[in-house]
Design a protein around this ligand. Structure first.
Ligand code: SF4
Ligand code: SF4
Length: 137
């Protein structure tokens, strides 16, 4: 029984360790721009600027939820008009490039924080990195 509990606890803690969250920029951002050039996926954009899937990736087409395909260079509406923002679909928490999120590492006001509404596992983040950079053989 005790051994079963120990195994469960070990798996539970491992599960917690494997849960990762995309990074979000809060409204404490001072718009210094330090984070933008650090992102290996070009997932960070200045407030009010349109974004696209192709920037910083090797994507040419992206499949939308309705099954249609869209040119990855197509402009998308800004996520924020006031502050620098992160496109969650392009954020891999720097998986495959760096040990820790680079935007959080350089932000002078510590406003790049984990987004509890956007939780992904490490394998999911690794798969996203492979997809963004089209690393499949
Ligand atoms: Fe880009 Fe890494 Fe920040 Fe995500 S965590 S936005 S991949 S710099
Ligand atoms: Fe905003 Fe921080 Fe990025 Fe500067 S480094 S633009 S304060 S999120």
């Amino acid at each position: 029984m005790v051994a079963d509990c120990a195994v469960f606890l070990q798996r539970f803690l491992q599960g917690l360790k494997n849960r990762k969250m995309a990074i979000i920029i809060t409204d404490e951002c001072i718009n210094c721009g330090a984070c933008e050039p650090e992102c290996p996926n070009t997932a960070i954009y200045e407030g009010g600027r349109e974004w696209n899937w192709a920037g910083g990736t090797k994507l040419e087409k992206v499949e939308l939820e309705d099954g249609t395909q869209q040119d990855a260079k197509a402009s998308q509406q800004p996520v924020s008009d006031e502050f620098y923002y992160i496109v969650s679909g392009k954020c891999t928490e720097c998986t495959g490039f760096h040990e820790e999120p680079q935007c959080a590492a350089v932000c002078p006001v510590d406003c790049c924080v984990p987004d509890p509404d956007y939780v992904e596992t490490k394998p999911e983040l690794e798969a996203k990195k492979v997809w963004l950079h089209q690393e499949n053989p």
